[in-house]
Each structure stands twice: as C-alpha cells, then as structure tokens.
Design a protein around this ligand. Structure first.
Ligand code: ATP
Length: 365
C-alpha cells in the first residue's frame, strides 16, 4: 500500500470535443476529491493531438510521453481532426502510439445499460446489458499502423500479427476480469471472438484461448466467429459477460455495443497494461459538434470512474473506490430520474450543464 494519498494524473485533452469533455471531467474529479477529503489528484496538462501536429509538426511530444510514463494514470480526451492527415492519408492518432509506448495491451470497454438512457433495442432485456469487451491492442490487424508497405500504386498490405505472448497476456487479463466479475455476482463467462474458420492467425488466437481457459476451470468459456458475434450482440447482448478479441474486431464491436446502450456519449474505456493505464471515452473528437457545448461528457466521466477504480485496486485505497461508486451512482440516478438530459439525445443539457448537474448532485450525496 502506498503512503501518499496524492496522485499525479497526466491529462491529454487532445482535439475537438476531447477538450470540452475533459474540462468538465476535471471539475467533477475535483468535486469528488473535495467531498472525500481522503485523496488528492494533481492534474498535469500535456499537449498532444492532431491540432498540436498541425501547429508544431509533432503529434505526441517526447516530454508528453515521458510525463505520461511518470504519472499514476493518464486521462485522455479525444484526438484526430479529419483535415490533418499523414502522407498515406490516415488520420493523426497518437493514442495508437501511446498504447504501444506504454504497453497498454488490454482495451477494456464496459458496455452497461444506464437506467433511463435510450437504447435502440425494443426488447426490455436491453436494460440488463452489462458486458465488457477486452480488446488486444498492441498487435493484430493494427500491427502496421503508420508503417503500411505501399510499394507502388497497385497494392497496399496491412499485416495481421497474433503472437503467443501478446495473446496470452490479454486472454489472461480477460479470464481474470471474469473471475473478478463472478466474485461481484456476475456470470464470470468469457467468449473468445475470432475468425478461426478462415484466418490461421485467429485460429491460433483461439487455440491459445482454449489453453489458457483450461487453467481457469471456474470461468465458463465459449468461442464465437466475429460475424456470429455481431449478430448475437444485436439479438441478445444481455447473454454476454466478457468478450476477448483481436485489435480490429474489438475496435468494431466496441462501437457496435456502444450503440446498443445509447451511443458514443455513454461509452467509457480503459487502456490497461501491467505498469500504466489510460482512460478515455470511446468516442472521437467529433469535429461536427466541437466548440458548440453539444458533446455529452458522460463517457468521459465514466472513464474517470474507471480510473478511480483502477487506482483503488492498485493502491488498495477504499476512498477512491468510494468516490468511483459515488460518481456512478449520481450519473445513473441523474439519467433514471430524467434530471440529466444531454443534447446528444435531443435534451436541453449541453456539455457544461451536464457537468454542473453532476457536481450539484455530488454535493448532495
Ligand atoms: P473517430 O473517427 O476517431 O472514431 P469521430 O469523432 O469522427 O471519431 P465518433 O466518435 O465515432 O467519430 O462519433 C461519431 C459521431 O457521434 C460524432 O461525429 C458526433 O456527431 C457523435 N458523437 C460522438 N461523441 C459524442 C458525444 N460525446 N456527445 C455527443 N455526440 C457525440
């Protein structure tokens, strides 16, 4: 257990609505720390992103990366602007470099129905959705990002890389998470999502999954092709608990699942490694609504909740866990009682208004 109750948080707001939702998030975290009195969060603002690349030629300065390495945790807004691109036409996305540099191999995407938030599914069981996608994020089909081999103007290749070491650690993470969820009263089941019937690389991933699962007899498991998983996640998402999958499949399925519980403004994520962790909303910089106080900051706030939970477990500090619970409680109650009505769903609450309501509610609990 650590002695100090002060935590250094590296803050990378980034571009577009990332800046707006981060602003609200830091105010909410300050309110939580004030309320608790048992911990302190010191925020260090750091430059990075597509805007920074446009202005300076660097998307992720070395000093930012170093400060992120030194911090207890990283809070990340959103990065990327459609008009700022690299020579091969892809967007500037320093978050991918950060994942590799800090070895954040497990992309954790909780998908949970928020009472009162609109799901596009008519089935009332949509209210029971409570699953987590664990996405491998250092290899897979994103292995060649930034180094795709465009030999000439006739063909471009991106490699799918599945290594034993890379797969084992993310699969073990998913099995451990399922065990933990079982302890919390959930199912404790892991589904391996792959395309083992077509791609030898993902057949290898499935083989490793089965080998590791055999070491965790208390966790129930199954395997599903990614196309079948897409269908089943729309048909009966309440049947899933933890899913583990390759980088690109995880990228696509997380957005699909975010849509099932009400959209991008509600979907948080954590990028977790053995030594570092970064928390960010699943959504991007949304240039179409940036600068208009229209972004829903809930996904950013739920990501901050994940950060508090991660810090609480890592440093065995109950006050952080309590703050995380308090934040989640206030958000869920706000939606359930229709007190929080974000512009994202046609309501009157802009980014700052959602933040104000959450802070007011925190003062009252
Ligand atoms: P990327 O391409 O990096 O995923 P993006 O910003 O282009 O990022 P998404 O994040 O997938 O795209 O968002 C798609 C659209 O959903 C946005 O253009 C915006 O209209 C809406 N959206 C995303 N996040 C929010 C939010 N927090 N609040 C309200 N609307 C949002």
């Amino acid at each position: 257990m650590r002695q100090s109750n002060e935590f250094q948080i590296a803050v990378l707001p980034g571009d577009g609505i990332g800046i707006e939702v981060m602003d609200v998030c830091l105010q909410v975290l300050d309110a939580l720390a004030d309320k608790s009195g048992a911990f302190k969060l010191n925020f260090q603002h750091l430059p990075a992103g597509a805007g920074h690349f446009r202005d300076t030629g660097t998307a992720l300065p070395e000093e930012t990366l170093e400060a992120a390495r030194r911090a207890d945790a990283v809070l990340f807004g959103a990065m990327g602007l459609p008009e700022v691109r690299t020579a091969d036409g892809t967007e500037i996305q320093p978050q991918l470099d950060l994942r590799v540099a800090l070895d954040l191999y497990a992309g954790v995407r909780p998908i949970r129905a928020i009472p009162g938030a609109l799901s596009p599914l008519a089935d009332p069981r949509a209210a029971e959705i409570d699953l987590v996608i664990v996405r491998e994020q250092t290899e897979g089909l994103f292995s060649d990002v930034g180094k795709a081999r465009a030999e000439d103007d006739t063909v471009v290749e991106d490699r799918m890389v599945i290594s034993r070491a890379g797969s084992e650690r993310v699969i073990d993470f998913a099995l451990g998470l399922a065990e933990q969820r079982k302890g919390d009263g959930r199912r404790g089941h892991v589904t391996c999502v792959d395309k083992a019937n077509v791609l030898a690389s993902t057949a290898f991933f499935r083989k490793i999954f089965q080998q590791r699962a055999a070491l965790h007899p208390e966790v129930a498991t199954d395997c599903m092709y990614v196309d079948a998983a897409s269908l089943n996640l729309v048909r009966a998402p309440w049947r899933f608990d933890v899913l583990v999958t390759e980088n690109m499949f995880g990228d696509i399925l997380s957005d699909l699942c975010a849509g099932l519980v009400g959209g991008m403004g509600l979907a948080p994520s954590g990028d977790i490694g053995d030594h570092h962790a970064l928390f960010q909303p699943c959504h991007g910089s949304a240039p179409d609504i940036a600068g208009q106080d229209l972004a829903n900051p809930t996904a950013m706030l739920l990501s901050a909740q994940m950060m508090l939970e991660w810090l609480a477990r890592r440093h065995q500090m109950d006050a952080l866990q309590e703050a995380a619970r308090r934040l989640e409680g206030v958000i869920h109650k706000g939606y359930a009682e229709d007190a929080i009505r974000p512009a994202e769903y046609g309501g009157p609450d802009g980014t700052r208004a959602v933040g104000r309501k959450v802070i007011e509610a925190l003062r009252q609990v």
